[in-house]
Design a binder for this molecule. Structure first.
Ligand code: RIB
Length: 322
């Protein structure tokens, strides 16, 4: 059947209604970062020894964690954002609540400041410098406290922008939670985590190469490397204009990208992660979940900023209906 026709019932009903009908009560805990994004529009990215003026400036709510919670919430999912902001962090709590994200497990720590990101954007691309701030003050005590509110079958979503990652993974696994790990930003620390506990990786092509430890840039090689390294783990690999792949053992599903003119790719991956997970939680097929997530991120890249450019479910659904 044409994939669109399998998506249509979800588009008509909305995720929450469908979940109620099916009695699905899994909760998503997104233990993740929150950043003030300081975004500089550039004619070219600054180079060593160079001082240049930006041609535009914006401040936005961001952080891979926050963006993914917003994407999940806009897709209609019930999401609990866990993490830490600093003494300046009340606006983040208000912003998440405005979109229906639960903030019960988001702590405000007056001894530190909220994380921030310095983002240069140029011709649809970006480069990012992070300052962790409160995101790097997450300790085992906070992890224990947060995870005590979740149970077997609930989902833990993680990115690589907070401290105590290995501990959080181990505790969640002990509880029987399903662990979804978006390995961004990919660095050597990732390999110090108990990756064998991860149920679903969501990676872009650079992260996929890193995770598979392959040098080749060919998708076939990256996929083969991921299959070899993680034969039992579900993996979603996003490849920009070349679409996305779902890999599980020998099973590989490909979804073509929706081609658009990108003005700012910030939060495209976060949108994909949030939407893919939301679609999977309402038991949509893998192919349709990739399709909806691709469409959602194609909308995100047509707007400026991070969380603010993530579309609502209705907009994504509207764009998928011919
Ligand atoms: O994925 C985009 C995000 O990465 C930005 O919002 C920035 O804060 C960094 O975490």
């Amino acid at each position: 059947m044409n994939a669109l026709y399998t998506i249509l019932p979800y588009l008509d009903n909305g995720i929450i209604k469908l979940k109620k009908e099916r009695g699905t009560i899994m909760k998503v805990c997104n233990f993740g970062s929150l950043n003030f994004d300081k975004v500089y529009a550039m004619e070219h990215f600054v180079e060593p020894k160079e001082t240049i003026s930006s041609i535009g400036y914006m401040e936005n709510f961001g952080g891979k964690g926050l963006n993914q919670s917003i994407a999940l919430a806009k897709a209609g999912e019930e999401v609990y954002h866990a993490g830490k902001v600093g003494k300046d962090g009340q606006p983040f709590i208000d912003y998440l609540e405005k979109y229906g994200v639960h903030t019960d497990y988001l702590k405000k720590d007056d001894n530190t400041v909220t994380g921030h990101a310095i983002i240069q954007t140029c011709k649809g691309e970006n480069c990012i410098i992070l300052f962790g701030g409160a995101n790097q003050e997450i300790d085992e005590k906070l992890a224990d406290e947060v995870l005590s509110h979740f149970e077997k079958g609930d989902v833990l979503l993680l990115q690589n922008e907070i401290s105590s990652m290995a501990y959080i993974m181990k505790k969640a696994h002990e509880t029987g939670m399903k662990i979804v790990f978006n390995t961004a930003p990919m660095d050597a620390k990732v390999f110090t985590y108990p990756l064998e506990l991860v149920d679903l990786f969501i990676v872009n092509e650079v992260e996929g190469r890193g995770l598979a430890k392959v040098d080749s840039k060919r998708y076939e090689d990256i996929i083969a490397g991921l299959q070899k390294a993680y034969p039992d783990t579900e993996i979603v690999l996003t490849c920009g204009g070349d679409g996305s792949y779902y890999i599980h053992g020998k099973e590989v599903v490909h979804q073509e990208a929706f081609m658009v003119d990108a003005v700012d790719t910030t939060a495209a991956g976060d949108t994909f992660t949030g939407y893919f997970l939301a679609c999977q939680m309402m038991e949509m097929s893998v192919q349709d979940s990739l399709k909806v997530a691709s469409k959602a991120s194609s909308v995100t890249v047509q707007g400026h900023g991070a969380a603010q450019s993530i579309p609502e479910w209705k907009e994504v659904a509207g764009a998928l209906i011919p």
